[in-house]
Design a binder for this molecule. Structure first.
Ligand code: CP3
Length: 354
């Protein structure tokens, strides 16, 4: 058997047999934890929390003190890139992100990618602190948003109540080579490459690219505005770091998960709760590492249904090609005991299948 790194997440993503099934949770640091709410209150605002390395390190570590996860995900946000580009970004308590919308070439020209890595240097400090403080079996995940998803927030202003404006901009760009939307996408590709490379330099061992709004893209635009930009980012990062494992999460892509997995260069694919893992396997082939996909609302519900769903995932997926996760982020009302239960049921079910 190939030598393992003793980090289940790194092993599974590099096709070594992991010592156990790798597990982590999207949004594992967050409002379902009372200690998170405390630290956030201390920081003043969500952005302050992201930009203070000691506090960001602290909230990254909080879920790991409670749960035996195999990964830590850097505490930051996909909307730090727009902030670094010079767009006004804020997070209103209970409302989510608010951005001053970019909807024409003039507003776009006021943004600049020149200072992205300087501006985001506190994030790299968080990463390097974490790479010192994590338990040895825990892999450190860095991340960014995929260009389409980040662009939708930049264009809509982040309310995500009306998602039409971004789609119209994408269609307009598809009909003209000179449209500002193409420039925005290029800017996001380039900034994301620099941002992710700096995260790796600081100690990130795995990357995840969040395409939360893949579901917005009509199939004829999917390749151009989801698959291709993500492929460019991955190629750009791997020019410097050829071996870096990268997970893509094209939420709501449906059957397009097949093209996305085949064409971007990802090492693993996040499967949302709308698709069965069996179907995802069929669409992506034998070798692809699948990540997911317990429904966050099932975790919220708990009880027997939680137990049977976790058992079903264990039975369906071989740990050498699967990372246990949710199909999207944990919701704030989730009881902590449900997370504990999810983990114990999974470990027991895996022990029985071994
Ligand atoms: O634990 C972790 O997952 C690490 C940190 C992380 C956050 N956001 C912290 C956060 C990560 C990886 C993200 C990614 C992110 N941010 C995505 C992609 C993943 C997804 O969930 O689809 C998106 C779309 C965003 C943008 C964003 N940030 C929104 C829409 C919101 C508000 C809604 C919400 O879930 O609260 C945020 C705020 C945010 N980002 C919070 C956290 C912990 C809550 C902020 C708070 O404390 O009030």
């Amino acid at each position: 058997m190939a030598m393992t790194t003793k980090k289940p997440l790194l092993d599974v993503l590099t096709h070594k047999t992991p010592e156990r099934r790798a597990v982590w949770m999207m949004r594992q640091a967050g409002r379902y934890l009372p200690e998170y709410k405390q630290t956030r209150a201390k920081a003043g605002s969500f952005l302050e929390l992201c930009y203070q390395p000691k506090l960001a390190e602290e909230v990254t570590l909080q879920p790991l003190r409670r749960f035996d996860f195999d990964a830590a995900i850097l505490f930051a946000d996909i909307l730090l890139i727009p902030d670094a580009l010079g767009q006004k970004v804020s997070f209103k308590e209970g409302e989510g992100p608010v951005l001053e919308p970019v909807r024409d070439g003039k507003t776009l020209s006021a943004l600049s990618g020149d200072n992205v890595t300087d501006y985001l240097s506190p994030i790299f400090e968080t990463v390097s602190r974490l790479s010192q403080s994590l338990p040895s079996h825990v892999a450190l995940i860095g991340f960014c948003g995929a260009p389409w998803t980040v662009a939708t927030y930049m264009i809509e202003g982040g309310t995500s109540r009306d998602r039409h404006t971004a789609r119209v901009a994408a269609w307009a760009a598809a009909g003209s080579d000179e449209h500002w939307f193409n420039r925005l996408m290029d800017l996001l590709v380039e900034s994301s490459i620099s941002y992710l490379k700096a995260q790796i330099a600081a100690g990130a061992e795995v990357l995840q690219i969040f395409e939360t709004w893949a579901s917005d893209l009509p199939p004829v635009l999917f390749e151009r505005f989801c698959t291709m930009p993500v492929a460019k980012i991955i190629a750009g990062v791997r020019e410097t770091y050829p071996g870096i494992p990268i997970i893509g999460f094209p939420r709501g892509a449906g059957a397009l998960i097949a093209d996305f997995s085949a064409q971007t260069g990802i090492s693993g694919v996040g499967v949302d709760s709308g698709m069965s893992l069996r179907e995802a396997r069929r669409l992506t082939g034998d070798k692809m590492v699948l990540q997911g996909n317990l429904d966050p609302l099932c975790l919220l519900t708990g009880g027997k249904i939680l137990e049977s769903e976790v058992r079903a995932i264990s039975a369906e997926c071989d740990p050498s090609r699967h990372i246990f996760n949710l199909g999207h982020g944990i919701v704030p009302a989730t009881p902590i005991e449900h997370v504990e239960k999810m983990l114990s049921v999974l470990r027991n079910a895996d022990a029985e299948r071994a």
